[in-house]
Design a protein around this ligand. Structure first.
Ligand SMILES: Nc1nc2c(ncn2[C@@H]2O[C@H](COP(=O)(O)OP(=O)(O)OP(=O)(O)O)[C@@H](O)[C@H]2O)c(=O)[nH]1
Ligand SMILES: [Mg+2]
Length: 297
């Protein structure tokens, strides 16, 4: 449909040209033909649209990140440094995305960010970058709003959250594994720092004092601060805080009934907090990033 302003312009143009047609003794063209001619005249504007088809046969990674979530978390009084319910809400949105888009094979999330990996052969949105990105960002954001009450029944959502996003193509599985390792190392570094920082602040230190105390400290020293000052063994903190969250399809436990019936193994989307840097996870779930398997589909 043409917007009103455009319709009026087309109509004015029609009237003027109609006079010319009449003066030359021609029949008045039908409105449908006229609109088609007008459309051809304006169609050139499409040539300004950028070509944004992503490289074929590359893993597509979409990373979304909460926009100004520092403020969003303050306004909604999230627990510091980790709000379990807020993280569960993020995970639930990611799970919905995997359930909606079969070509997304894996997702990894921490804090206010989530990365989604699309299989190499995906033809989702004909691999148009801006379409894929806007689809995932908008789906995640509306899921976040829709599910808010489920995770925060006592808290009002005070203003609309928003997420930004980017798309990156990786040519090999090894690089995708490194990408995920990078995000999980980041999760560890930030979580360890934030846990120490907020324990120091909650115990009465000023924010500046806490920052100064932690400046230049290594992993081991931070663990010692936690143990000596607060009797906290970092490794016993909830695994979701330390390792982040992975979302992927996994085999549902075989039931006796289904095995007896010879049913095919059912896959369902699960949320997990494994170490995804080590081989163990990938040995167990080879099918997730298996290119041969993906090509066979
Ligand atoms: N209290 C609390 N804050 C959180 C939690 N998860 C994320 N945040 C906040 O969200 C921020 C995420 O970091 P960034 O993405 O770098 O910061 P941002 O404010 O979202 O800024 P932009 O992404 O650049 O728009 C953290 O610095 C925290 O302030 C949580 O579980 N609890
Ligand atoms: Mg953010």
């Amino acid at each position: 449909m043409l917007p009103e302003a455009k319709k009026i312009r087309v109509l004015k143009l029609t009237i003027k040209i109609e006079d010319l047609w009449k003066a030359e003794g021609f029949e008045r063209p039908s409105q449908a033909i006229w609109l088609e001619m007008a459309n051809n005249k304006y169609e050139y504007v499409k040539s300004f649209e950028p070509e944004d088809e992503l490289m074929p046969l590359t893993w597509i990674v979409v990373r979304i990140d909460g926009h100004r979530f520092h403020r969003f978390c303050e306004v909604h009084e999230f627990e510091k440094p980790n709000d379990e319910q807020a993280l569960n809400l993020m995970n639930s949105c990611a799970k919905s995305i995997l359930e909606e888009f079969p070509d997304i094979v894996f997702a990894y999330g921490v804090s206010d960010e989530y990365s989604f990996i699309l299989k190499k052969t995906t033809r989702l949105c004909q691999r148009h970058s801006s379409k894929i990105l806007s689809l995932i960002v908008s789906y995640f954001t509306s899921a976040y709003v829709m599910k808010w009450r489920e995770f925060f029944p006592q808290k009002e959502l005070k203003y609309p959250p928003s997420f930004d996003g980017r798309v990156i193509c990786y040519p090999s599985t090894a690089i995708v594994r490194d990408y995920l390792a990078w995000r999980q190392v980041d999760c560890h570094i930030n979580n360890q720092y934030n846990t120490c920082y907020w324990m120091l602040v909650k115990s009465g230190k000023s924010k500046r004092e806490a920052q100064d105390l932690l400046k230049g400290t290594q992993t081991q020293e931070k663990n010692e601060i936690l143990l000596q000052h607060f009797s906290i063994n970092y490794n016993t903190l909830p695994v979701m805080f330390r390792k982040g969250s992975s979302v992927f399809r996994d085999k549902v436990e075989d039931t006796v009934d289904s095995a007896e019936r010879g049913d095919p193994v059912e896959m369902k989307v699960v949320i997990d907090h494994s170490d995804i840097i080590e081989e163990t996870f990938w040995d167990k779930h080879q099918y997730i990033l298996d290119e041969e398997h993906i090509r066979g589909n």
